[in-house]
Design a protein around this ligand. Structure first.
Ligand code: MLT
Length: 268
């Protein structure tokens, strides 16, 4: 593990390997360990940078306060600068990490060479979903993050993962239980407030891999195919026997597609 301090954040991250920087941005309410099946494998090909977002895992926001998807994108840019990364990166984000990815494209496109959008959405929350998140945020503040773990685990994983990979489920549950209740509540509110970025997709000019688990019920394959169809230079990948956590559930299929995608890039 590496630690680095920037203006806003004390970061905990993995920085491993050499070559094209591949920034792996985790989903909600997790941390960099959701990429545990990617880090060693992909660091044989590229420089893998996998941080805990500020407030999650062991990264601490120095100025906790209102969170936002664009705020996270700015902090990731701050991290890249602190790591001396000034060339274009391949940004890979899952779900909330993907919401932040659209903002990274908007705000820091000079530093974006390629994009991997995993199990994510471009649509904003419907008013009903946003209201449910506000209620959930209040509940988490009162009772702690573990209160959402059981329901969330059911939604995150494919049935085959739930029945055949107990250790992986146990580790994910532990991360959710240990996550800071105020951060998790704040992230729910930030996601409820995120903008609809669908109209941005047709302007995304960088090579993009759109990957989704075939049984993802949070960001469905149909929804992700529409995202892929809207991004001009995109490749669509549907991963068998996987749900919302496709890279964690089926690393072989995901990693192979990423290695092939990275090999086609010219990010020097
Ligand atoms: C995630 O995996 O990051 C969440 O499912 C995102 C969300 O709640 O919209």
């Amino acid at each position: 593990m590496n630690q680095i301090e920037t203006r806003t954040t004390d970061w905990n991250l993995v920085d491993q390997g050499e070559g094209i920087p591949l920034l792996l941005v985790h989903g909600f309410p997790l941390d960099h360990s959701m990429w545990r099946n990617q880090i060693d494998a992909l660091a044989q090909h590229v420089r893998v940078i996998a941080p805990d977002l500020p407030g999650f895992g062991k990264s601490r926001a120095k100025e906790p306060g209102l969170m936002s998807m664009d705020g996270f994108a700015n902090r990731l840019q701050e991290l890249l600068t602190a790591l001396g990364v000034d060339q274009p990166v391949c940004y890979c984000g899952l779900s909330m990490g993907g919401y932040i990815g659209w903002q990274f494209w908007k705000l820091h496109r000079q530093q974006l060479g390629a994009l991997i959008a995993c199990d994510t959405k471009s649509l904003a929350d419907t008013p009903e979903v946003a209201r449910a998140r506000q209620m959930m945020a209040r509940l988490i503040e009162k009772e702690g993050s573990q209160t959402i773990a059981a329901d969330l685990i059911e939604k995150l994983f494919d049935e085959s993962t739930l029945s055949q990979q107990p250790e992986l489920i146990k580790q994910t549950r532990k991360v959710i239980h240990e996550s800071d209740r105020d951060v998790v509540a704040g992230a729910h509110r930030a996601m409820a407030a995120r903008p609809d970025t669908t109209s941005w997709l047709s302007e995304i000019e960088v090579p993009t891999l759109v990957a989704v688990g075939e049984h993802d019920i949070i960001s469905t394959p149909d929804e992700m195919l529409q995202i892929a169809n809207s991004i001009p230079n995109s490749t669509f990948l549907k991963i068998a026997r996987a749900g919302h956590m496709a890279p964690l559930e089926q690393p072989q299929a995901f990693n192979q597609a990423v290695v092939e995608f990275l090999a086609r890039l010219d990010l020097s």
